[in-house]
Write a protein that binds this ligand. Structure first.
Ligand code: MIG
Length: 801
């Protein structure tokens, strides 16, 4: 161009430079509304610059905005599971603006130029387009620029480093294999493009459903004048959420993108992994040592070395010669085996069926023209299944038979960003078929999710009526329907241990309640102190899995000296004592999407201390336990306790909240605090969830002056029979003013494994007399607690004092 211009100025004048520039180089902002029409329930605004701006309503507080060239068909979304639209209550056409109303939201569309603002039903402004930029295009890129207020904070976006409050930060979504990632590394492995904006009194949320490489900037480099998000391609397609609380936001977001099923109970036990247990003898000896040393454990893992030359869906014929015998003896110990699976399928036409059938059926992602893409991974040169296609997912799922027939019940999906050595898979590689063909640009961020989906759907049908456990590294919004997430290759450092809780708490905000990190760190060796501390935090992590890289010190609890083993055993025992509480929390997550690890921003949204960098890692574990992650070197630490009264877990010291306190944090006593009025069902220590225990529920209640309810849930922990009514549900209530604790009537057909209840009352008025269903009952005082026991009858049980 430059050459032509200098040689021949006349030609330059004739080339329509302006439009080239407009399309590719200089940005363009959406113009004025030209015309409004409605197609079914979708209101379309056509603009002077030929954009089609579509606004529709899915629920009173959930509105979709979609901006495209006219007649671009609506692609099915990988994330969204709801597609019924409602009518707006009303459309008011004014000279300058059009107003759309739902029961909870008012959407005002300014006509010249088109700009959209969202208000709640009280007419209070929530969020909206930045006036001068609005939605802008630059080439294929499309960006929504939005107003930023002085008091605004942002939380969410899933697996992202950096602070809880993302104000002033910017991020990219491009699923990436990030071994040993730094404290501020971005992007990591998954794409969860939902965030919540928090103003001094109000909240709103936005889910940007676009799988291209996307970016989010919360006022970083824009001098606090605006924030923006966008993508390199595709459609400006976002859902605006108007629920007025963070919990309501999460409920609505998970209504839209789905919720996780109740996981198998065993997957909530302690999980021991390493890269790799090299033989079934080695693996069994680790399992045996768990039992010998009385370390509760439910799960043990096979990393890639169990395979034959890293060929997926094979077993190594010498080191894992008899996998069925292996899982049988694990089963006898009450343990489950989880095996890793990578997406790459080794190019090997010598009888290796996954390769032969995959190639014959054209199941692999390909270059334009159809030649399968080849990349190198563990198995050497490999092809990669096209998980965007239903037929490929079904075929992938059937391949698990070689694992399920051998008693494997858990499936670990690694390398699904997808990763290949060198990381740079050509962007033109194709996925899908016919008119649904897309390139890596659009498929990368959903690839891992579709692999996890294929794994989940396939193994669920192979395991008949039993629930599979699936764990994935890469993900996209909606992944919770299929899988748990772990945060990849972290480092054995205190900083990483603390970062872990920001990642997990943030993924909880974006709909994924079941997450974990490699306890002890994947890369490097932790000090024994760090290992002990990390294990104590592990007990309060949804996925409790210890893992490390090849060549590192073993992470098994006995590898750290006898004293440290005692401490680690205690931490794991704490986890097992808490399982009735934790399982109920997972049930709640399956019903509402509310995560297990809850950043304090959920319940204490407008308390600024929650976002203070000294306290931002704190979280509630379930409804009632506040956990403060503390570095292994700090033996006393400042902990912020939000408003209300709290009790230190372990010694029941009562502390008034709404302030920071110095909390002792020795390695054997992680700072954990119980909210006053907490109801926490526990049990005796068991060695595995296959062990039914002594049949006594330890129902702990900490006195407080507000009423509370706990939804207790139980089922067989293994199967889908709960869908046939085989569950056991009961509301447990504490009412300090009426001086009553109630176990309401049981719902469901399942018989609880607890035949009796030991009610353990913390901080209750001394000298109280207790009655159970009107009969006076003897109380045993035990230090600070009072204990009363009774049969766990299904009818209503009332305890009064
Ligand atoms: O290139 O399977 O994040 O957990 O142990 C490394 C070997 C491949 C990366 C995973 C890690 C796993 C390892 N994998």
């Amino acid at each position: 161009m430059k050459y032509i211009a200098s040689v021949c100025p006349l030609i330059m004048l004739l080339i329509p430079l302006k439009s080239v520039a407009q399309d590719d180089l200089i940005s363009r902002q959406i113009g004025a509304v030209k015309e409004i029409h409605q197609v079914d329930q979708v209101v379309h605004f056509s603009t002077s610059d030929n954009e089609d701006v579509q606004i529709s309503v899915l629920a009173p507080a959930i509105v979709r905005v979609r901006i495209t060239a006219p007649d671009v068909p609506v692609n099915p979304s990988y994330a969204v599971v709801q597609n019924c639209l409602l009518d707006f209550n009303k459309m008011i056409k004014g000279d300058k603006e059009i107003t759309l109303l739902t029961d909870s939201l008012k959407i005002v569309v300014q006509k010249k130029p088109l700009r959209i603002d969202f208000f709640n039903s009280k007419g209070e402004w929530l969020d909206g387009d930045e006036p001068s930029l609005g939605v802008s295009r630059q080439g294929k890129e499309i960006t929504s620029f939005r107003k930023l207020t002085n008091d605004e904070k942002f939380i969410g976006l899933g697996e992202k480093t950096g602070p809880l409050n993302r104000r002033g930060q910017s991020y990219v979504n491009w699923n990436t294999d990030a071994p040993g990632y730094g404290m501020n590394a971005d992007p990591l492995y998954s794409t969860l493009p939902y965030f919540i904006g928090i103003q001094s009194k109000r909240v709103f949320g936005i889910f940007f459903d676009n799988s291209h490489k996307s970016f989010f900037n919360f006022g970083g480099s824009t001098d606090d004048t605006m924030y923006f998000f966008g993508a390199e391609g595709g459609v400006m397609n976002y859902y605006f959420f108007g629920s007025s609380s963070v919990a309501g936001q999460i409920k609505d977001y998970t209504w839209l993108t789905g919720r996780m099923e109740i996981p198998p109970l065993w997957s909530l036990g302690y999980q021991q992994c390493r890269y790799s247990y090299m033989s079934q003898q080695q693996l069994l000896s680790v399992a045996g040592r768990m039992r010998q040393d009385s370390i509760p454990c439910d799960v043990i893992y096979c990393d890639i070395d169990y395979m034959n030359g890293y060929r997926v869906f094979t077993w190594n014929p010498t080191t894992y010669a008899n996998p069925k015998a292996l899982t049988d003896s694990l089963k006898a110990k009450g343990m489950h085996l989880v095996t890793i699976i990578d997406p790459g399928i080794k190019i090997d036409s010598n009888g290796y069926q996954p390769y032969i059938t995959g190639l014959k059926s054209h199941f692999f992602v390909r270059y334009p023209g159809g030649k399968p893409y080849t990349g190198s991974v563990w198995a050497g040169r490999s092809h990669f299944p096209d998980f965007t296609r239903d037929s490929v997912r079904k075929w992938w799922g059937r391949n698990f038979k070689v694992l399920t027939d051998n008693g494997v019940t858990g499936f670990w999906n690694d390398m699904n960003e997808p990763a290949a050595w060198g990381q740079n898979i050509p962007l033109l590689v194709e996925f899908g078929e016919g008119k649904n063909t897309v390139t890596l640009k659009e498929a990368r961020n959903i690839y891992g999710m579709q692999m996890a989906r294929a794994t989940f759907e396939g193994t669920r049908s192979l395991l008949n009526n039993n629930r599979p456990f699936v764990l994935t590294r890469a993900a996209y919004s909606g992944i919770q329907r299929y899988s748990a997430i772990w945060t990849g290759d972290n480092n054995s450092t205190n900083d990483h241990m603390l970062l872990a809780y920001r990642l997990i708490n943030s993924m909880g905000l974006t709909g994924v309640p079941f997450d974990g990190v490699d306890i002890g760190g994947f890369i490097g060796n932790p000090s024994p102190e760090l290992m002990v501390r990390w294990m104590s935090l592990g007990a309060y992590t949804p996925l409790f899995r210890s893992h490390t890289a090849k060549g590192n010190t073993s992470h098994e609890p006995w590898s750290w000296g006898e004293d440290n083993e005692i401490l680690m055993r205690q931490s794991i025992q704490t986890r097992y004592r808490l399982l009735p509480y934790l399982y109920s929390a997972f049930f709640e997550a399956s019903e509402t999407g509310i995560p297990i690890n809850r950043t304090l921003a959920i319940d204490y949204t407008h308390d600024n201390e929650v976002y203070n960098s000294s306290f931002e890692n704190e979280f509630l574990f379930g409804s009632y336990m506040l956990v403060a992650p503390v570095s292994s070197s700090d033996k006393v630490e400042q902990v912020y306790l939000p408003t209300g009264a709290w009790y230190r877990f372990g010694n029941d010291e009562k502390i008034e909240g709404n302030k920071a306190i110095w909390a002792a944090s020795p390695l054997n006593d992680l700072p954990v605090f119980i909210k006053a009025s907490a109801i926490i069902p526990m049990q005796n220590v068991i060695q595995s969830t296959a062990d039914k225990g002594d049949g006594i529920m330890h129902l702990n209640i900490w006195y407080g002056d507000i009423s509370s309810n706990f939804n207790y849930y139980e089922d067989d922990g293994l199967s889908y029979q709960y869908r046939q009514g085989d569950y056991y549900k009961r509301v447990i209530s504490f009412n300090p003013h009426g001086r009553e604790i109630t176990l309401q009537n049981v719902q469901g057909k399942y018989a609880s494994r607890f035949h009796s209840v030991k009610l353990i009352l913390h901080g209750f008025p001394a000298g109280s007399q207790y009655t159970i269903n009107g009969q006076s009952e003897k109380i045993v005082e035990n230090g600070l607690v009072q204990v009363v026991s009774f049969q766990n009858d299904n009818g209503k049980i009332s305890v009064r004092w």
